[in-house]
Design a protein around this ligand. Sequence first.
Ligand code: SAM
Ligand code: SF4
Length: 326
Amino acid sequence: MLDQFGRRIDYLRISVTDKCNLRCTYCMPVGGLEWIPKPELLTYEEIAEVVRQMAGVGLTRVRLTGGEPLIRRDLPKLVEMIAAVPQIRDIALSTNAILLPESAEELKAAGVQRINVSLDTLRPDRFEEIARRPRRFFDDTLDGLAAAEGAGFSPIKINTVMLRGLNDDEFAAFAALTRTRPWHVRFIELMPVGENLHLADRFISADEMLERVAELGGLEPVSGPIGNGPARYFQYGDAPGTVGVITPLSHNYCDRCNRVRLTADGQLRTCLFGSHQVDLKTPLRTHGNVLDAVGRALQDKQERHWLQIGTDTGSGGLAALSQVGG
Ligand code: SAM
Ligand code: SF4
């Protein structure tokens, strides 16, 4: 699959639900959003069919995301269906880890190879402020990380959205984690969308994050763990983990873009931001073939995103990343 600029697309991020058991302040309003009605959600069979057809023209990697993917019932079944597609050689999962204690082993057995966990603070009191759910969910997250490790997932990446005055005094604490755990902590810039513009003055650029990581001392640039995405990584001497910075806004990496996204209601989005999407659900539910629609989508995939710091201009009217899977 090549897009109109010759970029090879081999990676699909699949949102299996727009719902979530947390309300991270930068992601979702505390009262939730208008959820996708159930009949509009793609079934697992429909999602697997999209993967099968796209795999026939070059898809090799898949990530399951949401909302929170683990709140959708029987997720390992979907993983098994995707793992049965011969061309798919990498299945990853993005999760807040809360439900991993009961599902990590099953997900591993079904074929998930890699896990990314969102964790924005190491302080239980602060978790309530950021994720806006009781602190027992914080304990569940840590149990979930332990369960992922216990089930043998490697690498485990931790995504931390850094916000000024909210959690940016925890750079050192997160970096210290990588000295004892084989975890790859990645600090992420806040992406401005409709529901989080009140946080605009808390934005910390990746350059500032890199400076603040450098101030910690003793970290050397390294190539980082395997994965699909662009991040810059650093490591303490012989530490088992790494620290990374992801720079979607201040240094966009659109020229190397290798991905498209499938929303929970069957829209193929060719960029995280912007309003361009092509409906796959209707062709799936009428004649069954989605490849014409996929081809059309790739011909219109835009050259880059136009997101700017501090405004949702360029987000394409997106209210929250939970609607497209981040
Ligand atoms: N619930 C899962 C999780 O939290 O990992 C998967 C979905 S979540 C939308 C995927 C990623 O997007 C998370 O790492 C989250 O921190 C990130 N994210 C959500 N909203 C964001 C924003 N406005 N700016 C930067 N990252 C964001
Ligand atoms: Fe839920 Fe993930 Fe968004 Fe947090 S970042 S509200 S865990 S979807």
